[in-house]
Design a protein around this ligand. Structure first.
Ligand code: NAP
Length: 255
């Protein structure tokens, strides 16, 4: 083990990243820096040291890791954040740093669910053309553009704050609300807004699952967008496993 604390870069933007930062930041053997893309205001900040903004691609990330004397790289970004995951893999390989990705398990359909899985948002959009009725899009603001050319449905979008700029999906109806939402709240929304179809990404986790339970109970079909491919490399499924990965590295002679 090195004499100074072991330096960890924790790529974040998820609840797992916040939980892991909270867990690791009290450990005197470690020096943890959480990194956020910095595009979403008002989200929870992880405890401890935080840096904001992109690194400038895989080369920029590798340069940052070298400059800061980083020892371990933990990718705790969202399963749909494919670019930063790829950059982390490339930068990990370029610097030779041990790297692990937290991959929370995807959702599995249960009896009563009417899910239709599609590989991409574009595939989801193509299924909606010419369809009438209200479609609730819970895909994230950045992904709305995929539905811009789709004529037919009335789109419903939920946001934390009113959009500062026009959304890339003209004519969609915006409702405001800050999650997490309970099953009862989601059921109420689906009924109140006469939602006929839900489109969502297979983000996994508990926080945004209640809408899927509400859709199941109401018999509402769901278009479920599969995850993008992830780079090769070591993965763990939970914060606790990530913690054990860190402990194993601390115990290893080369850490
Ligand atoms: P992305 O498409 O994979 O990344 C785009 C660029 O944003 C990256 O190339 C990188 O810029 C920068 N970036 C992304 N995550 C970063 C981080 N943690 N720290 C520093 N720079 C970061 O990412 P995204 O899908 O836009 O997601 C952005 C952030 O939101 C991620 O941290 C992710 O965990 C979180 N998030 C995403 C989703 C989703 O559905 N995509 C949902 C919830 C939370 P450079 O190339 O300049 O380094």
């Amino acid at each position: 083990m090195t004499a100074r604390p072991v330096r960890i870069l924790l790529l974040g933007g998820t609840t797992e990243a916040i939980a892991l930062a909270a867990d690791l930041s009290g450990d005197p053997r470690l020096e943890v820096t959480s990194s956020l893309a910095g595009r979403t205001a008002g989200h929870r900040q992880p405890p401890g040291r935080v840096r904001l903004g992109g690194f400038g691609g895989p080369e920029g990330l590798a340069a940052w890791l070298r400059r800061e004397g980083t020892d371990l790289l933990i990718d705790a970004t969202h399963p749909f954040a494919a670019t930063i995951a790829r950059n982390a893999a490339l930068a990990g390989a370029a610097t030779g740093l041990p790297r692990v990705k937290i991959v929370r398990p995807g959702w599995q359909a249960a009896p009563g669910d009417r899910w239709h899985r599609v590989p991409t948002l574009a595939a989801a959009a193509s299924l909606l053309a010419g369809r009438a009725g209200t479609v609730f899009l819970t895909v994230g603001r950045q992904e709305l553009a995929a539905f811009a050319g789709v004529a037919g449905p009335s789109f419903l979008v939920r946001m934390i704050e009113p959009p500062a700029e026009p959304l890339p999906l003209a004519g969609c109806r915006v409702i405001l609300g800050r999650g997490p939402f309970s099953v009862a709240e989601e059921a109420d929304l689906l009924e109140r807004e006469a939602v006929e179809l839900l489109v969502t990404k297979d983000s996994g986790g508990d926080a945004t699952f209640p809408k899927l339970i509400a859709a199941r109970r109401a018999g509402i079909p769901v278009i479920m967008v599969d995850r993008p491919a992830m780079p090769e490399g070591e993965t763990v499924a939970s914060v606790a496993e990530a913690r054990r990965w860190v402990e194993a590295k601390l115990a290893a002679p080369s850490a």
